[in-house]
Ligand binder design. Structure first.
Ligand SMILES: *Cc1c(COP(=O)(O)O)cnc(C)c1O
Length: 397
C-alpha cells in the first residue's frame, strides 16, 4: 500500500499521462450500441495507440469486448504474459520466425499471403492442436490479404487440413473515414460476395468482420458478427471528415510540471533559433515536455497548453525535452500544466494533429515510453505503468 501510494505521488508530480478507464468503457459501450448485432474487437496494437495495451486490454475485456486486436505477435505475447486470456487476433503479417511462439500463446493469426499461409502450415504440421487463423481478403485496401477470387478454393483446401482451423474471414476498409463512400461500398459488395460463396459452399467460418471505427460509425456492419475498433475506443476522430461524435470522449490527458518561471525582457527570444521574441517584457514558463515525449515540433508558436485554467501559448520551438509557454499570473514552478486532453482551454489530440498536418492516430502513438501513465476509475488511480522501466502495477484500495 505505502509503495503504491509512493509511486503514484512520484508519477503525478512529473510529466505523465492520465488514462480515464470510465471514458474508455463508455466509448466501448457506444460502439457496441452502434453495432448491436456484432461482438467488438478492441484494437490495442501500438501499445493501445499510446494509451497502454495491458490495462486497456484488461478494461476492454471487462467492458465486454469478445476479442482484442494487435499488429505484431510480440504485442499479443505482452497481453498473455499479463494475464489476458481473451481471444487475440494478430492483424498484420506476422514475423514468420515467431509463429510457434504465437501458437503456443494461443494467439489467432491473420493469414493474408501465400508465404504466411505456408509458414503457418509448416509450423502447424508438427503440433497437437490446430493453428487458429482468420483469412484476410483484399477487397480494395491493396495491402495484406488474398484476392477475393482465391478465397473459396483456399477455404476448401484448408478444410481438409488437420493443422489449421479457419475461425474467421475478414477485410479492411481503405476510405471509410471520408465523405465519399463509393470505394467503401464497393468493398462491402465484394466482401459480401465472398461471404455468400463461402456460405453456399458450407465453408463460412465462425467470425465474419469488415468494419474499423469509421466503418462502425457509418454503419457498414451488415453481415458481420464482429467489428474492430481502435481509434474510437480512445475517443479520437477517425479523420477530420469523420469526427467520432458526441458519444465519444478522449480518454487521455497529458500533464507536465513547470520547471522554471522567468521574466523575458522585451526584445529577447526563447529557445533554439529565437523564433519567438517578446514584443513587451513578459513572464514565461518552461514545461518539462518536448518532441522526444511525442509532442510534434510543428506546435512551435502555434500550439498552447492549459495553465491555471488559461490558454498559455507555446513560445518558440518545441525542444527535445522542454517547451516554453507564456505564463499566466499565479502559475508557479512545480505546478502542472495540461499539454492536451479533454479539458477546457487545453489542446485536443485532434487539434495537435491538425496543426501538425497529420491524424490523431500518429500523435497518440508517438507518445513515448518515458511518459508514465496513471489509470483512473471514478477519478481515482487504479493502476500505473512506467513503460521505460518496464514496471506496472495495480493500486490496492
Ligand atoms: C488498426 C486496424 C484496425 C483499427 O482501426 P481504427 O481505425 O483505429 O478503428 C482495424 N482493423 C485492422 C486490420 C487494423 O489494422
Amino acid at each position: 500500500m505505502a509503495e503504491d501510494e509512493g509511486i503514484i505521488t512520484e508519477i503525478l508530480a512529473g510529466t505523465h499521462a492520465l488514462i480515464d478507464l470510465d471514458a474508455y468503457t463508455a466509448n466501448i459501450q457506444a460502439l457496441r450500441a452502434a453495432a448491436p448485432h456484432a461482438e467488438l474487437m478492441a484494437v490495442v496494437k501500438a501499445d493501445a495507440y499510446g494509451h497502454g495495451a495491458v490495462y486497456c486490454g484488461h478494461a476492454a475485456v471487462a467492458a465486454g469486448c469478445a476479442w482484442l486486436g494487435v499488429a505484431r505477435i510480440s504485442e499479443g505475447l505482452l497481453l498473455r504474459s499479463n494475464g489476458i486470456s481473451a481471444p487475440v487476433l494478430v492483424l498484420g503479417p506476422p514475423n514468420l520466425a515467431e509463429i510457434t511462439r504465437a501458437l503456443d500463446a494461443n494467439l489467432t493469426l491473420a493469414v493474408g499471403s501465400r508465404s504466411v499461409l505456408d509458414a503457418v502450415l509448416g509450423v502447424a504440421a508438427g503440433r497437437s492442436s490446430p493453428a487458429r487463423v482468420h483469412i484476410k481478403v483484399d477487397t480494395g485496401m491493396h495491402r495484406y490479404g488474398f484476392e477475393p477470387h482465391e478465397v473459396c478454393d483456399l477455404f476448401a483446401r484448408l478444410q481438409s487440413h488437420a493443422g489449421i482451423a479457419v475461425d474467421g474471414v475478414f477485410t479492411h476498409f481503405a476510405r471509410a473515414d471520408e465523405r465519399d463512400l463509393s470505394l467503401t461500398d464497393r468493398q462491402v459488395a465484394v466482401f459480401s460476395d465472398v461471404v455468400a460463396s463461402l456460405e453456399a459452399a458450407g465453408l463460412l467460418p465462425r467470425w465474419v468482420h469488415q468494419a474499423n471505427s469509421a466503418g462502425i460509425l457509418i454503419g457498414r456492419t451488415v453481415g458481420s458478427n464482429l467489428v474492430r475498433s481502435g481509434i474510437a475506443t480512445y475517443g479520437l476522430d477517425p479523420s477530420d471528415e469523420l469526427p467520432a461524435g458526441p458519444y465519444f470522449t478522449p480518454i487521455m490527458t497529458v500533464r507536465a510540471p513547470v520547471g522554471r518561471r522567468f521574466t523575458l525582457p522585451r526584445g529577447e527570444g526563447v529557445a533554439y533559433g529565437w523564433t519567438y521574441v517578446a514584443p513587451e517584457t513578459e513572464e514565461d514558463a518552461v514545461v518539462a515536455i518536448g518532441y522526444a515525449d511525442g509532442l510534434p515540433r510543428q506546435l512551435a508558436n502555434r500550439g498552447w497548453f492549459s495553465a491555471n485554467g488559461e490558454r498559455a501559448p507555446i513560445h518558440g520551438r518545441v525542444c527535445m525535452d522542454q517547451t516554453i509557454i507564456g505564463a499566466p499570473p499565479g502559475l508557479a514552478e512545480g505546478d502542472l500544466v495540461t499539454v492536451f486532453g479533454p479539458e477546457r482551454e487545453a489542446m485536443s489530440l485532434n487539434d495537435i494533429a491538425a496543426i501538425a498536418g497529420t491524424n490523431s492516430y500518429e500523435i497518440a502513438t508517438r507518445l513515448m515510453a518515458r511518459v508514465p501513465r496513471i489509470y483512473l476509475q471514478c477519478g481515482t488511480p487504479v493502476a500505473w505503468e512506467q513503460p521505460l522501466l518496464g514496471k506496472r502495477g495495480y493500486c490496492r484500495s
